[in-house]
Design a protein around this ligand. Structure first.
Ligand code: HEC
Length: 229
């Protein structure tokens, strides 16, 4: 016997499924496939829904090419399914020296299958642009705008910590009155508060509704790119 409460929640779920809004937090600026540098030799590729584990780590599905360069492009040396939480993000790794810093590339993804094994992309192929390297000016500033500033800016920022300027990210936040305050952002330090809090086990990960790829953006910027401007 189904009680009315249970019935109501099933009806809600069915309605959500029917309108395709199974991810309640919409990310208007995220595309079906997006790409971002993880390090000088790695590019993360994020899908907007869970992927087939069988297909997503197949390196022949990916090709990276410098915009304006001749030739077909380069297949990654390896592909790792790094997103154990949502199953949406892979890390493609290239031989050191393949990718130039601060340069426009395009990543072609072919033959992707979603978690149910269905062809995922219309036409089965999609191109995502990526500018190699991570800087505060792009794409970190946009990510902070999108996910953090609504709580960490204005007259009374949460924890006394502002995320709406480069300089303020280095602030002490709740440590301000401590005898030995520690900066929330320490370039190169994977244990600084900004990285820990935005990691998949951190409070800000759920509070800000980060995708796995966004969470990696914070860590990679701080660790691989020394939180550069
Ligand atoms: C819904 C509001 C909200 C959002 C969105 C949010 N935060 Fe927070 N954040 C808080 C609150 C409240 C605290 C203080 C309580 C705590 O530490 O858990 C906090 C604490 C922090 C701290 C620790 C500060 C300190 O010095 O103790 C950091 C770092 C931080 N947030 C970073 C971020 C980043 C980066 C984002 C975006 C990815 C973000 N937060 C999004 C509300 C928010």
């Amino acid at each position: 016997m189904m009680n009315s409460r249970r019935l109501a929640s099933w009806t809600l779920l069915a309605a959500l499924a029917a309108c395709g809004c199974d991810r309640p937090v919409a990310s208007p600026s995220l595309k079906a496939v997006s790409a971002a540098s993880a390090s000088p030799f790695a590019v993360d590729i994020a899908f907007d829904r869970p992927q087939s584990r069988l297909e997503v780590a197949n390196k022949s599905h990916y090709l990276i090419r410098r915009v304006g360069a001749d030739g077909p492009g380069t297949v990654p040396q390896s592909v790792q399914f790094i997103d154990t939480l949502f199953g949406e993000t892979v890390r493609t790794t290239f031989q050191l020296g393949t990718l130039e810093d601060s340069t426009l590339y395009e990543v072609t993804v072919r033959g992707a299958r979603d978690a149910y094994g269905n062809a995922y992309l219309p036409g089965d192929s999609v191109v995502a642009a990526v500018r190699t390297g991570l800087n505060y000016d792009s794409p970190l500033r946009e990510a902070l705008d999108r996910r953090c500033n609504r709580c960490h800016a204005g007259a009374a920022p949460a924890a006394g910590y502002r995320t709406d300027s480069y300089a303020s990210l280095f602030g002490f936040g709740s440590d301000s009155a401590a005898a030995h305050p520690i900066h929330n952002l320490i370039p190169g330090d994977a244990q600084c508060l900004l990285v820990v809090k935005t990691g998949p086990k951190g409070k800000e990960f759920s509070r800000a509704h980060l995708t796995y790829a966004e969470s990696e953006l914070f860590r990679n910027w701080v660790v691989s790119y020394q939180a550069r401007r």
